[in-house]
Design a protein around this ligand. Structure first.
Ligand SMILES: O=P(O)(O)OC[C@@]1(O)O[C@H](CO)[C@@H](O)[C@@H]1O
Ligand SMILES: [Mn+2]
Length: 390
């Protein structure tokens, strides 16, 4: 109880600092990323003129301040042993998973049926199935909890029935590039060599299920031979996946009462055990830096990503970090907005929840804005945006 009281008082202090637009203060406890955070705060300070004072909640860049808020929430917890490994968002992440059961059953059943017939599919049918699972993973990104402030955002209906209706809402659709890349790898692959797809995960719960379904398909269709996942080391943006969420979800799926769901869980556990699925942790993903800084700030992570044949970046926050969350014109090419971040061919799979979008056709953004003022932030629209040699 003493620890809870301490954490709550630290969180109240944080809330007060936010509400009254206090200066952003350095982190105090010594953790693996503390120095990097405090250096980044100094860097933000250095961008200001003398007369501007200190970086503050209402005036500093949103990407920085928002990341900082989640880091401070974590600080309140780690300063309060013995509850220092408590995940304040755990309950809502688990609830999102349990409330999506119907959709999860439908997806796992679909996957298992596909697995049985995969040998009989021709190229075109295989591509069609690949596109379906990509779109499921895209719309799975609607289900994050940060947009709803932790309120219910589960997937209650069977998403597969809506894919055709949702197609017009895909504003940039580079799925064909992903197919060419992976089907070429498959065709030209030597016997013992590998095709590695890396997935930078976003939300746990229903979205993670859609990502694992896609990852499973990539393996049994031989489009890839190895999948590497990246999650967060601390609770982040409410619903983001940590190693605990990843293991918990696979275990839940494995222990489901439903035959095909539990089969998926058993397969997934096996992929992890045999190293065909590899999960990576890195503090970089919970720093405020944009990805173009990765090769400087986290060269080891950049080198790891360079080993991939394709990297899929799930979600809105990853898109903001890919593009530096800048006020780009809508028509600026994605390649340019990446400002030098090209570890390997990559694709953002994201529903739009933040006021940034690049690589649109001339007039496309303006047209959308005229008919729907909130088009950038509701999660209604989505993209598959690819960058890499064609
Ligand atoms: O990365 P996700 O899970 O798709 O979305 C996260 C996100 O939409 O939540 C915040 C809303 O406050 C945004 O800043 C952020 O981009
Ligand atoms: Mn998220």
């Amino acid at each position: 109880m003493e620890a809870e009281k301490k954490a709550i008082s630290l969180l109240s202090k944080l809330r007060n600092e936010m509400q009254t637009d206090k200066p952003i203060i350095p982190l105090v406890e010594k953790f693996a990323d503390t120095d990097i955070w405090n250096q980044y705060l100094e860097y933000q300070q250095s961008l200001l003129n003398e007369s501007d004072g200190k970086p503050r909640w209402f005036y500093s860049p949103w990407l920085f301040v928002e990341c900082y808020m989640y880091r401070r929430i974590h600080e309140a917890v780690i300063q309060s042993p013995p509850i220092d490994d408590f995940d304040v968002f755990r309950e809502s992440k688990e609830q999102n998973f349990f409330e999506s059961q119907e959709s999860i059953i439908a997806l796992c059943t679909h996957l298992q049926e596909l697995m049985k017939t995969i040998e009989d599919l021709d190229e075109n049918q295989l591509k069609h199935e690949f596109f379906k699972l990509l779109q499921i993973s895209l719309w799975g990104n609607k289900c994050d909890l940060s947009l709803t402030g932790g309120e219910n955002s589960s997937q209650k209906t069977n998403i597969m029935n809506y894919l055709e209706d949702l197609k017009p809402f895909i504003l940039v659709n580079d799925m064909e590039h992903l197919w060419s890349l992976l089907s070429n790898c498959k065709k030209t692959r030597e016997k013992e060599s590998i095709t590695r797809v890396d997935i930078v995960l976003d939300n746990s719960g229903f979205e993670l299920i859609t990502d694992l379904i896609l990852a499973d398909f990539l393996l049994f269709s031989n489009l890839a031979t190895e999948i590497h996942f990246y999650g967060k080391t601390i609770p982040w943006f409410v619903s983001d996946t940590t190693i605990h969420d990843f293991n918990w979800l696979i275990d839940e799926v494995k222990h489901s009462n439903h035959k095909w769901v539990s089969k998926c869980g058993a397969d997934w556990e096996n992929y992890v055990k045999t190293g065909r699925w590899v999960y990576h942790d890195h503090i970089f993903w919970t720093l405020p830096h944009e990805f173009c800084a990765m090769s400087q700030v986290a060269p080891d992570l950049y080198a790891e990503l360079q080993k991939a044949h394709l990297i899929l970046f799930k979600g809105d926050l990853n898109y903001r970090k890919l593009t530096g969350d800048r006020k780009w014109e809508f028509t600026v090419p994605f390649h340019q907005a990446l400002t030098g971040f090209h570890p390997a061919p990559l694709c953002s799979i994201r529903t739009l929840k933040a006021e940034i979008q690049v690589g649109l056709q001339p007039g496309q953004g303006e047209q959308l804005a005229a008919s729907e003022p909130n088009w950038l932030t509701t999660g209604k629209y989505g993209i598959f945006q690819f960058d890499g040699p064609l």
